[in-house]
Design a protein around this ligand. Structure first.
Ligand code: ACM
Length: 265
């Protein structure tokens, strides 16, 4: 399976321009699955809920989703992208799985980061695994990295690849995702953006370093911090089937949930 990421610098509020940049960058790409950053088309640092409501799109009536679906049809691949999702009076920080026939699944970020709590609604859909070319993929968004339950829940549902659109501002995620892949024996594609959102309320700088990690926690590739980067590579998703960490330790069947108490309540 050919998988990868496109790390770029979305410009705040310039949805059409950002869509054009992604479509142009991916037009020649030979891949099965490409992961884009969190909030890849609106930008990240909203100054108010009203501003978010103006920029967020209903995926069922979205020029952005239409353009990405057309791209998937043209190239025969799937995309996982971050997306500001509007549904009636609610706005979610979502990841959308799009294929040649359009939207296949939407994940709404469960763990909102810092000021996101002021303008986004909390995710309200249980974690789910979807199939792309017979490979099971799960989605999580950025700060979900700090909640090991998310990657574990997806892995227990059979995810072989975790797609992880991100807009990272802290420095710990990339290393932590290597642990998530080690303890769950899955692949993870973390796609971050670079550059900054300079807004009236302040400035946020994003850290780049998008990466693909293999089931043993081994880093397959990490991009530079402040540079555009399109990276595609071949992986064997079946490598995620073996949950052994030693010959006598299977990380899934060795679990003792009956002793985990509050964790599973
Ligand atoms: C983040 O969740 N965007 C840090």
């Amino acid at each position: 399976m050919r998988v990868g990421f496109y790390q770029f610098r979305p410009l705040f509020g310039r949805i059409e321009r950002n869509v054009r940049q992604v479509v142009n960058a991916l037009r020649q790409v030979d891949a099965d699955l490409v992961v884009l950053p969190e909030l890849a088309f609106t930008g990240y640092y909203f100054s108010s809920r009203e501003e978010l409501q103006k920029l967020a799109e209903d995926p069922d009536k979205s020029m952005t989703v239409d353009a990405l679906s057309a791209l998937c049809r043209e190239r025969g691949f799937h995309i996982v992208t971050g997306f500001a999702e509007k549904r009636l009076d609610k706005c979610f920080n979502s990841a959308i799985l799009i294929g040649p026939d359009g939207i296949e699944h939407i994940y709404r970020k469960l763990h909102l980061f810092n000021e996101e709590k002021r303008y986004f609604d909390e995710g309200d859909i249980p974690l789910q695994v979807n199939t792309v070319r017979e490979v099971r993929i799960g989605m999580m968004v950025c700060f979900d990295w700090a909640f090991p339950e998310v990657a574990r829940a997806l892995a227990l549902q059979g995810a072989e690849i975790i797609c992880h659109p991100s807009n990272l501002v802290l420095s710990w995620c990339q290393q932590t995702m290597q642990s998530r892949c080690l303890e769950n024996r899955v692949f993870a594609i973390t796609t971050n953006r670079f550059g900054a959102d300079r807004r009236p309320q302040g400035m946020l700088k994003f850290t780049g370093k998008s990466q693909i990690v293999a089931p043993g926690g081994k880093l397959i590739h990490r991009a530079a911090s402040q540079r555009e980067s399109l990276f595609i590579t071949g992986i064997d998703p079946a490598a995620a089937h073996d949950k052994h960490i030693t010959s006598l330790n299977d990380l899934f069947s060795d679990r003792r949930p009956e002793f985990y108490g509050t964790l599973i309540k």
